[in-house]
Design a protein around this ligand. Structure first.
Ligand SMILES: *Cc1c(COP(=O)(O)O)cnc(C)c1O
Length: 245
């Protein structure tokens, strides 16, 4: 398999820097509009479906946080990169916990107790402290995630029982163009974040990052808005499940 076969022709990679800069400016403007400090919103580049060349170009363009939802895809692509924070944003399968912890620095998609336990155990096993976020479910089309109102108690329990560093909350907004519905979903996730505590409220994707910033997002996760459309067929392997297809 060639790691360099992918969406963005290499000639366009140089333009990625411009897109990252333009996106940062747009994010900063949205933050100011919401009465927030632009520095309080981090940009996570979602590289799923993109080749390693794009990952390297993104890092070259100054992205400090990158993320993937498919472990099998990320493993070769994220191997031996310069120092950036690598975020796992896909569904955690407990039998892959060790590989996830080896590959990523932050697991944003802790969506059930067994996933938290498996990740905590894997971290202890290889002596690597893992930062995690609790994924809360605020969308009728989402399969995964804790009930937002239950997340604070779950976080407290996991911190005590597993010694996990739970640094906040992640959520995926509802699809479709109902802007008010999207904002309501993010507000519900924001209330969960307030109860869970931590530094990271990871909401907002290419279609809904403006609403997310208005609702307090401290990290938007952008794929297509930064890198263009993903190839129609993502290199999904059997048993490697996305948080969202
Ligand atoms: C794919 C994905 C993203 C990025 O989606 P875009 O719409 O391309 O910005 C963000 N978060 C999660 C969990 C994803 O699976």
């Amino acid at each position: 398999m060639s790691l360099d076969a992918g969406a963005i022709p290499s000639g366009d990679l140089g333009k990625l820097g411009e897109r990252v800069d333009a996106m940062r400016a747009a994010i900063a403007a949205a933050a100011r509009e919401a009465g927030r400090d632009p520095a309080s919103v981090a940009l996570l580049g979602v590289t799923k479906g993109q080749p390693r060349a794009v990952v390297l170009a993104a890092i070259g363009a100054g992205l400090a946080d990158i993320g993937e939802s498919y472990l099998q895809e990320a493993r070769p692509k994220y191997f031996g990169l310069p120092a950036v924070r690598k975020h796992f944003i896909g569904h955690v399968q407990t039998n892959k916990a060790r590989a996830i912890v080896e590959t990523f620095d932050v697991v944003q998609s802790i969506d059930r107790i067994e996933a938290a336990r498996a990740i905590a155990r894997a971290g202890r096993g290889i002596g690597k402290p893992v930062r995690v976020l609790l994924q809360v479910n605020v969308s009728p089309s989402e399969r995964f995630g804790f009930v937002p109102e239950e997340a604070p108690a779950i976080a407290a329990r996991l911190r005590t029982d597993e010694g996990l560093e739970i640094d906040g909350v992640m959520a995926i907004g509802p699809p479709g163009g109902d802007r008010a519905g999207i904002a309501a979903a993010f507000r519900r996730a924001a209330a969960a974040f307030e109860g869970v505590g931590g530094s990271t409220f990871s909401v907002g994707m290419s279609g809904d990052w403006r609403e997310a910033i208005a609702c307090g997002s401290t990290m938007v996760r952008l794929g297509t808005a930064l890198f263009g459309p993903r190839p129609a067929k993502e290199r999904r392997k059997p048993g490697d499940e996305p948080a969202r297809g």
